[in-house]
Design a binder for this molecule. Structure first.
Ligand code: SIN
Ligand code: FE2
Length: 215
C-alpha cells in the first residue's frame, strides 16, 4: 500500500494521523528481537548517556546513535556530530536491519527511495519523557522521520506546525512504527512520562529508534 488510507483497520494497517504522517501498527513485530540485539551491539561501542540541553538540563531519556552522524546536545547546542564526543570515535554503523525497515516503512507511508544516514536511539525508564520539539537539525527535510517503538508502551504526543497546537495522544506499542514527512515533517512531537511496567522483551524499558537523513 503506498497511499495513507484514512479508513485502514486500526491493526496491521496504515493509519493516517496527519497529512504526511502515518502509523504502521506492529510493522516491526517480526524483527523486534533482531532490532533489540542490534541496539545492544550499538550500545557496547557507544553507550547510552543522558545528554545536557543548551539550557543546562539533563535529558531524562538516555541516548546513543549509529550512522554517519549522531544527534548530540550539550551546552553549545543541538546538532549532528560525526564523532561520539564521549569516546572520540565514529558512531557505530547503521545496522542493515535498521536501513531495511526504514526503507520499507517509508515506502508504505508514501515516501519511496528513503535512505537514512543516522539513527538516534532513545532509552526511556519509567518517568522519562521527551518535551514537545521539532526534528529540525537535519540538513534534508525532504526525507521523512521513521520512528520505531520497542518495549513498554508510551503515549506519543503528535502536534502540528506550531508549538501551541494541541497534540494528539497516541499510545505506541512494541513493534509500532510512525513515519512523518512532507507537510508534517516539522510537526511538534514528544513523549509523555513513561508509565512503569514490565515488558517481556525489554523489562522496565522503552526504546525508540528514529531514523533520519541528517547530512
Ligand atoms: C524523538 O522524537 O526523538 C523520539 C520519539 C519517541 O520516542 O517516540
Ligand atoms: Fe523528535
Amino acid at each position: 500500500m503506498n497511499t495513507p488510507d484514512l479508513f485502514a483497520a486500526p491493526e496491521g494497517g496504515v493509519e493516517a494521523i496527519a497529512d504526511g504522517a502515518v502509523l504502521l501498527r506492529g510493522f516491526v513485530l517480526d524483527a523486534a528481537t533482531a532490532l533489540l540485539a542490534e541496539i545492544e551491539r550499538v550500545a557496547e561501542a557507544a553507550s547510552f548517556r543522558h545528554m545536557v540541553t543548551p539550557g543546562g538540563y539533563e535529558m531524562s531519556a538516555a541516548m546513543t546513535n549509529c550512522g554517519t552522524a549522531g544527534w548530540t546536545t550539550d551546552r553549545s547546542g543541538y546538532r549532528y556530530e560525526r564523532l561520539d564526543l564521549k569516546t572520540g570515535n565514529a558512531w557505530p554503523p547503521l545496522p542493515e536491519a535498521f536501513m531495511d525497515l526504514a526503507g520499507r516503512a517509508a515506502a508504505d507511508a508514501g515516501y519511496a527511495g528513503c535512505t537514512p544516514d543516522a539513527c538516534l536511539i532513545n532509552r526511556y525508564a519509567p518517568g522519562a519523557k521527551l518535551s514537545l520539539h521539532q526534528d529540525r537539525d537535519e540538513a534534508d527535510f525532504t526525507a521523512p522521520i521513521v520512528s520505531v517503538s520497542l518495549g513498554l508502551p508510551a503515549t506519543f504526543l503528535f502536534g502540528g506546525p506550531r508549538r501551541a497546537d494541541r497534540p494528539q495522544r497516541i499510545v505506541l506499542q512494541h513493534g509500532d512504527v510512525v513515519v512523518w514527512g512532507g507537510p508534517a515533517r516539522l510537526f511538534y512531537h514528544g513523549v509523555a512520562p513513561l508509565k512503569d511496567g514490565v515488558h517481556p522483551a525489554t523489562g522496565r524499558i522503552r526504546y525508540n529508534l528514529t531514523l533520519r537523513k541528517a547530512l
